[in-house]
Write a protein that binds this ligand. Structure first.
Ligand code: 5GP
Length: 347
């Protein structure tokens, strides 16, 4: 591997907008968790998908279940969130929107409220320690849990929107895309939108979700996660593409995740190409850097080598991501200033 090239991606200031907390747990942190809970008999190959390996989407969701067994107390969440934030910072990420599904665990006394409070505590702790990264939190709805839990999650997020000093800023809709129908979640998502929470929705992650995607696009979301099967070349439709384009909804694109999760055949065929060529807003993200054994520098490098983007184009891509963050304009201005200060010479 060319070290000098790698340094460019590592030093590139980056914005990460699609990172699930429990999918982002590194090998080292998993090691600590396994030591804390040896009775679970969990091994590393059960929590990550290594180089050259691929899994079905269903198998990926099994991996999250294993990680959830390892992360089931306030103490675990604090450690995991702190480690994840520091790892993103070490990778050159200057602004991070972390997302996670609040869980309750009767055995450890964990409540959903405490879950969110603990993530906030980790963010504040990193800030106090001077870690060079601005972190915000999106409360996730797991679609598998149905409409009532979705509504309760939104209500909880609304409380934190008011009380967290700008740290909780939005809602994510994720979870196994083959379970349930998005139409049932519209009241909760609409309520979130009305109360000022930003919305990032996983849409068309699998084939044949035209009706659901069409309905959810009418809310509309502020950003789309994956959107793999939106466009006609992937079995989607012009109508969906038109809606996304007209509403200028940015897409969060996760190359390694999609290839390892087998919703995309290979990097060459990734829908990044379709949207980027069109000039539509796209943001390169990791999705689950722990599970898919990657990091954001690596994802930018893959995009550059696969689609022939030079350093200037990559720089533009990382800078453009600032426009799509959920934090207010003042934060965008600060980040743009940071990018100006760090910009290298392009020959
Ligand atoms: P957590 O919310 O527990 O911090 O992160 C893991 C959860 O994020 C998973 O259980 C799943 O609900 C969601 N998730 C992670 N990666 C993906 C993905 O690629 N697609 C979807 N739809 N959900 C995901």
């Amino acid at each position: 591997m060319d070290k000098e090239v790698d340094v460019f991606y590592r030093e590139l200031p980056k914005v990460e907008l699609h990172a699930h907390l429990n999918g982002s747990v590194s090998f080292q942190t998993i090691e600590k968790l396994i030591r804390r809970k040896p009775q679970l008999n969990i091994e590393h190959n059960m929590t990550a998908i290594g180089k050259g390996q691929r899994r079905t989407l269903d198998e990926c969701f099994q991996v999250f279940k294993v990680i959830h067994q390892l992360v089931d107390s306030e103490e675990d969440i604090l450690m995991v969130a702190t480690d994840v934030i520091k790892e993103f910072a070490a990778d050159g990420v200057k602004y991070l929107e972390l997302r996670s599904t609040p869980r309750e665990e009767t055995t450890t006394g964990l409540s959903k409220r405490k879950y969110i409070e603990t993530v906030i505590q980790a963010i504040q702790q990193c800030k106090k320690e001077g870690v060079d990264i601005d972190v915000r939190f999106l409360v996730a709805i797991d679609r598998r849990n149905g409409s009532q839990v979705a509504m309760e999650t939104v209500q909880l997020a609304e409380e934190f929107l008011v009380s967290s000093d700008g740290l909780v800023i939005g809602i994510d809709l994720s979870g196994d895309p083959t379970v349930g129908h998005g139409r049932d979640l519209i009241p909760a998502l609409q309520r979130a939108k009305n109360s000022g929470l930003k919305l990032s929705l996983h849409l068309s992650e699998v084939l044949s979700q035209y009706d659901e995607t069409n309905l959810l696009l009418d809310i509309p979301p502020d950003r789309i996660g994956h959107g793999t099967f939106l466009h006609p070349e992937m079995g989607g439709s012009e109508n969906l593409v038109d809606k996304v384009v007209q509403k200028k909804i940015p897409l969060e694109l996760c190359l390694t995740s999609n290839v390892k999760g087998q919703t995309v055949q290979c990097f060459d065929e990734h829908h990044f190409k379709y949207w980027y060529k069109m000039g539509h807003p796209v943001v390169i993200c990791t999705d689950d850097k722990g599970v898919f054994a990657t990091d954001l520098s690596q994802e930018y490098k893959i995009a550059a080598t696969t689609f022939g983007l030079d350093r200037e184009a990559i720089w533009k891509l990382s800078k453009q991501a600032i426009d799509y963050i959920f934090a207010p304009d003042s934060v965008k201005q600060q980040l743009k200033q940071r990018w100006r200060e760090l910009q290298p010479e392009f020959k």
